[in-house]
Design a protein around this ligand. Structure first.
Ligand code: IMP
Length: 220
């Protein structure tokens, strides 16, 4: 593994403290969609985002029971291996009638019940578990963690919730994951019926990113 440490550049890890501008940040994800969404908003704030795969950083474990711990673990991992500030997100679907499940286990919801790890299996389990539920409320949750260096004692944390209702039949072709079953009453559409640009402007990730940008500008 050729990990590329960037210490000594504009972002010397040991020199960065709260209040100092960030120029280059590693994104602790290789998801092209997230990179596009995050790069657009952070670019406007003068931050260049580099996907961790470009720096040969392998995926980190996500062993924790809370979103914020998983996001921090991923951000620290990327910062440690690159010497750069790092941004990570963790997200999932939280359903009221299921007491917050699938939550942090959203990607593995069906697998945890002996099924396969796929969106289709996850959605099938969701529909099944809500079969007799009259309360269909739920929300997507996203937490973002930005560390200036691996041992940053003051990580920036931002969060977003996107509220909706769980459908019992799929609608729409866009998006991924639980989107065909996630209905937005105010838009009269499922998340999978929204044009990607519309989803990206209103989603839990967009809400969290805007909060992160506000925190960064408060610091500047
Ligand atoms: P991750 O944080 O990107 O790893 O997302 C964890 C899981 O949460 C995904 O595998 C999906 O099951 C679910 N999820 C998170 N965000 C979304 C979304 O915008 N649409 C659909 N499913 C999502």
């Amino acid at each position: 593994m050729n990990e590329v440490r960037q210490d000594g550049g504009e972002n010397d890890a040991h020199g960065i403290t709260s209040g100092m501008p960030l120029k280059k940040v590693v994104l602790a994800s290789n998801n092209a969609g997230k990179l596009r969404e995050f790069a657009a908003l952070l670019g406007a704030a003068g931050i260049e985002l580099i996907p961790q795969g470009e720096l040969n950083v392998p995926e980190a474990e996500e062993p924790h029971p809370t979103f914020v711990e998983n996001a921090l673990a991923k951000a620290r991992h990327a910062a440690k291996l690159t010497g750069l500030p790092a941004l990570a997100d963790d997200s999932g679907l939280c359903v009221r009638a299921l007491r917050g499940a699938p939550g942090v286990y959203s990607a593995r919801f069906a697998q945890l019940a002996g099924g396969e790890k796929s969106d289709a299996a996850n959605n099938a389990r969701l529909v099944e578990e809500l079969r007799s539920a009259s309360d269909r409320r739920g929300y997507y949750y996203c937490v973002l963690a930005l560390v200036r260096h691996a041992d940053d004692p003051e990580p920036l944390i931002a969060e977003g919730r996107w509220h909706g209702e769980i459908l019992d039949a799929p609608r729409g072709e866009h998006g991924f994951g639980y989107d065909p079953y996630f209905y937005l009453p105010s838009l009269n559409a499922s998340a999978a019926e929204l044009e990607p640009a519309v989803k990206n402007a209103s989603s839990h990730r967009a809400i969290a990113l805007r909060q992160l940008l506000a925190r960064l500008s408060e610091e500047a």
